[in-house]
Ligand binder design. Structure first.
Ligand code: SME
Length: 164
């Protein structure tokens, strides 16, 4: 396993950063099947590669999303189905991209610095949501369809790796 991540392009070149991240991230999680360990390094790698304000996982435990490994400021620990962007993604069973969190009804503001957000479900082989990946940016409108495609791909690879 590499001790540090290496990037050859500036952080603004997000497309290339994703490409460089994915190669290293696959090596990082290879051989480790523990969910918490993989979530923890995935959150750290995404935060380092792309500089997001908050990157983390919430796991479905009984009828709530419970805070898992993350990078960034402290966050709310439990989210009910349908609540906030995370709970809405779980309920609707789809990725949610929010360009301005102030315009999302029911958004849960863990930090006033958070301006835009993307939430992606992570499913088992049967399609049940087991966790969600939540990424917040301190910039408005910081996520586009390219981010969505890249991050959904990462989540599919993560679920194939963890829940085979
Ligand atoms: N904003 C999220 C809550 C989690 S924090 O951003 C880390 C939401 O509305 O679900």
């Amino acid at each position: 396993m590499a001790e540090t991540l290496h990037f050859s392009v500036p952080i603004e070149n997000r497309k290339e950063r994703y490409r460089e991240l994915f190669t290293q991230w696959k090596a990082l999680i290879a051989g480790e099947r523990d969910e918490i360990a993989c979530f923890a390094n995935t959150a750290a790698a995404l935060a380092e590669a792309l500089g997001f304000f908050w990157v983390g996982f919430y796991r479905v435990i009984e009828e709530e999303l419970v805070l898992g490994p993350f990078q960034g400021p402290i966050a709310c620990t439990r989210i009910r189905k349908g609540r906030g962007v995370c709970g809405a993604s779980w309920l609707r069973n789809e990725t949610i991209l929010v360009s301005n969190v102030d315009e999302f009804p029911g958004h849960i503001a863990c930090s006033s610095a958070s301006k835009s957000e993307i939430v992606i479900p992570i499913r088992d082989k049967q399609g049940h949501i087991l966790a969600i990946l939540d990424i917040d940016s301190d910039k408005l409108d910081d996520f586009n369809i390219e981010d969505q495609e890249q991050l959904e791909q990462l989540c599919v690879e993560l679920q194939n790796h963890l829940y085979d």
